[in-house]
Design a protein around this ligand. Structure first.
Ligand code: GRF
Length: 179
């Protein structure tokens, strides 16, 4: 599930390209102009644009028989009915070291601005299970990166995104192996 450009989706597509363990079966978005849709189409992966992202039935229909749901830059709260149906089978990637720098409104450059403003010496990426609260579910894996002298939110975001592109495929494969 995506809302933006889809570089994490691309990292998954590339790493699962010829994997016998897992494959990206469908890309679902709340934004008809999400750049991630072009990446899905180039990889011949079916796509769904949600009419109403708050509608649990529409999302459950789109998810069909998914075994694992991956939120990669999906900016909407997942309806409770769907969270319940995919308990321990729905994960999210967040561009900071949760439980810090997460929650409603904490996405994009705001996260990195907050990290820099806090004076933290390191940041990173977190993959966690999705529950009823934004960025709150049980942490599955994290990758840490240094915050460097003179870092801007953009530079820090780029360094964290590289870590995300390593961490997310690793976490997905690990979970898929145990399913
Ligand atoms: C990533 O930084 C992810 O952690 C966050 O949203 C961003 C999505 O980037 N939740 P992309 O669309 O995968 O490039």
């Amino acid at each position: 599930m995506v809302s933006g450009g889809g570089t994490n989706l691309q990292a998954l597509l590339d790493s699962l390209h010829d994997s016998p363990i897992a494959r990206v079966a469908r890309v679902i978005t709340n934004r008809p102009n999400a750049g991630a849709l072009d990446r899905a189409r180039r990889a011949a992966v079916p796509t769904t644009v949600l009419k109403d992202p708050t509608d649990a039935n529409e999302l459950l229909a789109a998810l069909r028989d998914a075994q694992l749901v991956v939120l990669a830059g999906y900016l909407k709260l997942v309806p409770l009915g769907v969270v319940g149906r995919f308990r321990w089978r729905m994960i999210n990637i967040h561009p900071a070291l949760l439980p810090d720098f997460g929650g409603p409104g904490m996405y994009g450059h705001r996260v990195h601005e907050a990290v820099l403003a806090s004076g933290a010496k390191e940041s990173g990426a977190t993959v966690h299970f999705v529950d009823e609260v934004f960025d709150h579910g049980k942490i599955i894996a994290q990758e840490r990166v240094p915050v460097l002298e003179g870092d801007t939110p953009e530079r820090l975001a780029a360094r964290v995104l590289e870590a995300e592109h390593r961490l997310l495929p690793r976490a997905v494969l690990e979970l898929a192996r145990n399913m």
